[in-house]
Design a protein around this ligand. Structure first.
Ligand code: UT7
Length: 331
């Protein structure tokens, strides 16, 4: 039987500080009612001072290694999906590798925003299936809270995001389980519909006082346009990945969608006619943790005992780029 990349273990980490909608309403013009009605979010986690994204990635990775019964030294490759790294360079993966106590294990960052984890799975899977690497750590980690603007100007994005990390370890299996299919896409045409303009090397000195005054370092989003595209693309790519394995929606035991907005996921599930009891969400308490949403959610439902070995799990994402993708696996 063909070699497939199978999940050997999972882990996740959310920083302990809970920030409710009411907490945010005290510092800017928003309300619990608006946030819940539009996005389903009730609370999110924010890091404390001094904590960086690689700390979150480290905690999630340690938990994934423990659940796989592996040591960091067993890893052949580290892939981290993030667009909120500790520094411009080197990548977050170098800091994670160091925190894991490793000195030569290859480590790379992958930047595909909220679809980053699906892209990372597609990449890691290729390494495992080809036999190039046997044990690949795939991590999604984001620290948004330090990059948002908690003012009336920044409120449209500040209320949506949270901090956290999730990870899993892939290894080879010839038992018919593992990742069955994965598809990823991008449409750069819409890059500016959800982006952060600066700081960037498009600008001399990365940014300047005028750009900062204009708020170009704050994420900006054409919310309705993003919403419409997410609701169209996620079902499309999920059906494609399932269809290519001759599987249908009824075969799926667990649907995991990117956690950007509960309303998006409810609409996607309705559009598909997916059994609501098989659709998992945690955005209510995590907010949108971008590349970390899918591995956090996956780890949580595994630890809650909801997922049995052999069940069919799908992970589907959409985000800035635009990027989108879906992965079908037999857990
Ligand atoms: O993770 C990557 C993918 N991201 C997404 O998929 C996000 C997709 N988009 C969305 O989730 C939704 O579009 C949002 C939740 C971002 C916004 O919901 P919406 O129903 O599309 O609202 P809107 O942007 O049309 O804004 C409606 C009103 C505006 O006021 P006016 O112009 O109607 O007077 C905003 O100024 O709500 C106002 N508003 C707020 N009010 C209270 C914007 N942000 C806030 C806020 N609190 N935080």
């Amino acid at each position: 039987m063909a070699v497939r990349a199978k999940v050997l273990g999972t882990g996740s980490y959310l920083p302990p500080k809970v920030v409710t909608n009411d907490d945010l309403a005290q510092i800017m013009d928003t309300s619990d009612e608006w946030i819940q009605q539009r996005s389903g979010i009730k609370a999110r986690r924010f890091v404390d001072e001094g904590v960086v994204t690689s700390d979150l990635a480290f905690e999630a990775s340690k938990a994934a290694l423990a659940s796989a019964g592996l040591e960091a030294s067993d890893l052949d490759m580290i892939i981290v999906a993030t667009f909120t790294p500790d520094h411009f360079f080197p990548g977050l993966s170098s800091f994670l590798q160091r925190k894991l106590g490793l000195d030569a294990t290859p480590a790379m960052d992958l930047r595909c925003q909220c679809t980053g984890f699906v892209y990372a799975l597609q990449t890691a899977r290729a390494f495992v299936e080809s036999g190039i690497y046997q044990r690949v750590l795939v991590c999604g980690a984001e620290l948004h809270s330090r990059g948002l603007e908690f003012t009336d100007r920044g409120r449209d994005t500040a209320v949506l995001f949270g901090d956290g990390a999730g990870a899993l370890i892939l290894g080879p299996s010839e038992a018919g389980d593992g990742i069955l299919n994965c598809r990823v896409y991008a449409q750069g045409e819409h890059a500016e519909r959800l982006w952060m303009d600066a700081p960037g090397l498009a600008y001399q000195g990365l940014t300047n006082a005028q750009m900062i005054a204009e708020g170009r370092q704050v994420p900006s989003m054409d919310g309705r346009f993003v919403f419409k595209n997410a609701v169209a693309r996620m079902p499309e790519v999920l059906l494609e990945t399932l269809g290519e394995c001759s599987l249908g929606l009824d075969d799926v035991d667990h649907f995991l969608f990117h956690q950007a907005n509960l309303r998006i996921n409810e609409m996607v599930a309705r559009k598909l006619g997916a059994d609501p009891s098989k659709v998992h969400n945690n955005i209510q308490v995590t907010g949108n943790t971008s590349a970390a949403t899918l591995p956090i959610l996956f780890d949580q439902i595994i630890r809650e005992g909801l997922v049995a070995r052999g069940q069919l799990v799908t992970m589907t994402g959409f985000g800035s780029g635009f990027t989108w993708g879906s992965c079908v696996m037999r857990y």
